[in-house]
Design a protein around this ligand. Structure first.
Ligand code: HPA
Length: 283
């Protein structure tokens, strides 16, 4: 990124490309970022336009190991939605401003709200693997921020307020819906480290001492970028495992994916019904 006027131009060229692919379909007001093992939500999208990230101009280029991902744009339960199946992570070597590029492009296109999902380790000893947690707040311990660098008012304020980063109305709607569907929901503070190594038990004790309930490697840069633009955010973590030191088994990505697969049905059901409810709150 040589300067920020280039960034705005690149965001809008990416947006123009996506709009062109949509043809005369509506631009959704709501987007859902699908975390590890949660991609199958996109299979429920009806009549989708599928756009691989590699097709979109100025989207970050995927790393060798990274599974690039795609936009799946259509409707869930009749409500227009963009699903981002796959995301860019700091641990893949992307700068924070690259991680958030797709969200900024969609925000400038007219998306008003993001549901950000992830798999996370449970720090709160009341949590069990397979629980879903509504994120109430976060601790940014990633060491970076997507707004670092030159500033352009076109993206929002230089020093955005993060006092209510996670939309209180969205949280309330989610809790009410989960109760109706009989899906248990936890809530808590999401902490982020860069990864990709999992935490040490000492780090997990530190995070608990700081007020963390779950730990992961994503989502926070995206929340910051969304809030700068004034976009509304809901965060949901799937507690895929107990964080380091809380169980006898070593942590593995396999466990994360297996737990996600086990609770996928509830997760898909929740998101499917949530999209129209959240959509109804948007202007
Ligand atoms: N730590 C960090 N990130 C994670 C974890 C964890 O225990 N589980 C899933 N993502």
């Amino acid at each position: 990124m040589s300067n920020n006027s280039d960034l705005i131009e690149h965001l809008d060229l990416a947006g123009d490309f996506i709009r062109l692919r949509l043809g005369d379909r509506p631009i959704p007001k709501l987007a859902v970022v699908l975390g590890s093992g949660l991609g199958p939500v996109a299979d429920q999208v009806t009549d989708p336009v599928v756009i691989p990230y590699t097709d979109v101009p100025y989207f970050p280029e995927s790393t060798v190991t990274g599974h690039a991902g795609r936009l799946v744009i259509g409707a869930l339960d009749g409500t227009p939605v963009v699903c981002l199946q796959g995301r860019f992570h700091l641990y893949e070597g992307y700068a924070a401003h690259q991680v958030v590029f797709p969200l900024r492009a969609l925000g400038r296109m007219g998306v008003q709200a993001f549901v950000l999902t992830n798999a996370a380790g449970g720090i709160n000893t009341g949590f069990s693997p397979g629980d879903l947690m509504v994120i109430t707040d976060h601790l940014n311990l990633s060491g970076t921020n997507p707004m670092i660098g030159s500033h352009d008012d076109a993206l929002g304020p230089r020093f955005p307020d993060m006092g209510q980063a996670y939309d209180p109305e969205f949280q309330a709607v989610t809790h009410a819906l989960a109760a109706e569907l009989g899906i248990k929901l936890q809530q808590g503070v999401y902490t982020v480290l860069s990864g990709p190594s999992y935490e040490t038990p000492a780090e997990v004790r530190m995070l608990r001492g700081l007020g963390g309930d779950a730990v992961g490697m994503s989502t926070v840069p995206e929340v910051i970028a969304c809030r700068q633009m004034g976009l509304r955010v809901l965060g949901i973590s799937l507690i895929s495992n107990l964080a380091a030191g809380l169980s006898q088994t070593p942590l593995s990505h396999k466990e994360v994916i297996e737990t996600a697969a086990r609770v996928q049905q509830d997760f898909v059901r929740l998101i499917e019904h949530l999209v129209p409810r959240l959509g109804a709150t948007l202007g």
